[in-house]
Structure formats: C-alpha cells, structure tokens
Design a protein. Structure first.
Length: 234
C-alpha cells in the first residue's frame, strides 16, 4: 500500500528536521516505506529552507492558510499521487512515529475509514494531556459531538489521524478551514463513515511556542461547539 505522512508546519524551524528524521529512522529500522510531504504553511522562519537543504519533500504555501488549508493541501497531494492511506503528523515533535502502525491497522483491516490517535482511551502517567483548560474544552466538544452524531470521540482535537483513499478524496475536495479536526470528524460520521480511536502517547512540544493561549482556547471552544451544532443539524 502507498502510505503518505502529511506534516503541516508553521514556524517549526526548531522541530521540523527532527520530526522528519524520526519517520526516516523508523522506515530504515523497521523496513517500512512511509512517504513524507511537509506543508510549509507560509512560515516566516527557516522551516522551508531547512527542508530544501535536507532534500525533504516540501510544498511551500505563499501565505499562511492555517492548519485546515495546510492539511487539505496535503490531502490534495495524496489524491493526486494515488495514495491508499494518508496520515496527519504534526511538525512540532509531539506525535510519536511508533504509533503510526497502530493508527493505520484498522484502515488496512477495513475496520475504519478514519482513525484518530487518542490520548484519552488509555490514560497513563507518561502521556502529555495538554493544559487543564484545553482538556476541559476537549471534554465539552466530545459531549456535543456525541449529541449530534451519537458517536463518542474522546480526543476531539487530535491532529494525529489516518484515513483511507475514499476519505482522502473527500478531504481533498472539501476540508474545513476552521476547527478542522472536530468538524471533519462530524462530517464523516454524519455521512456514515467509520471513525475509530486508537490509543497513543503524545509528547510535550520540544521547542518553539504554541500559538494557543487560554483566551484562544475559550474562544475556540465556544465557536467550535456552535459550528458542530450547525454542521450536525444539516
């Protein structure tokens, strides 16, 4: 099967090389063949240049589109190059490459159309669960998603996801620009696609700074809930 790892990156000069190397080292050690495409989302730092200097496949967006636009670019690339599975894998070093095999297995077994790497199915002391405010928001969003789709999704904002060819084609043509993870999940569930969560461990950001502040978290939660209700009522 042709498998692509989509790595959206915005101002990740401190992390992007190590993130890509983690996938390449995994390929070499376990004889896997995960292809990589970095989507440089209009970074103002050296993210794009680092990719070029190290012969890393990269698409440079001429302006910052946000995570939704960057990831959809990756899905368009996956569709155009006829990939069977596409995996979202953050450029900040928080996702662990060793779990890729776990999140793609339900797709390979035809048990899911999309999988979500979840921190909240099997809780352990060495997992990174984010801030209290963000965890509260995730729980509230999870409750609302279940109301509109009748499916419990625990890690609603996880950017560690995988999907099959049919979902690749859907996302390449129509992917939410705002609040893409929870909204795209709702869209698939409302269309009767199978979405399953797979337990993973995540790490704290190694370097750089997240753009998410407590105020932005609260703003995000309110707006995403409204978007889910609107989307779910269609």
């Amino acid at each position: 099967m042709k498998i692509l790892v989509i790595i959206p990156a915005y101002n990740e000069e401190a992390n992007i090389l190590n993130t890509v190397k983690s996938v390449l080292k995994y390929n070499k050690k376990y004889k896997t063949n995960y292809d990589i495409i970095v989507i440089n989302d209009g970074s103002k730092d050296q993210t794009g240049q680092i990719c070029k200097n190290n012969q890393i496949p990269v698409i440079d967006l001429i302006q910052n589109l946000g995570i939704g636009g960057a990831v959809q670019t990756g899905y368009k690339y996956a569709k155009n190059h006829n990939y069977d599975i596409a995996i979202q894998f953050d450029g900040d070093g928080q996702h662990d490459v060793t779990y890729i095999k776990d999140i793609i297995q339900p797709i390979i077994d035809n048990k899911a159309d999309m999988t979500v790497g979840s921190r909240f199915i099997k809780k352990t002391s060495n997992n990174f669960y984010s801030t209290t405010m963000r965890r509260l928001g995730i729980n509230v969003i999870s409750f609302v998603i279940k109301l509109v789709t009748h499916k419990k999704i625990y890690d609603t904002t996880s950017g560690f996801r995988a999907c099959n060819k049919e979902v690749i084609n859907i996302f390449a043509n129509d992917y939410p620009i705002e609040y893409p993870e929870p909204i795209s999940t709702v869209d698939l569930l409302k269309q009767n696609y199978s979405v399953e969560e797979v337990p993973v461990l995540m790490k704290e950001r190694v370097a750089g700074k997240s753009s998410i502040t407590p105020f932005k978290s609260a703003y995000y939660m309110i707006n995403v809930i409204l978007a889910i209700i609107i989307r779910g009522s269609k």
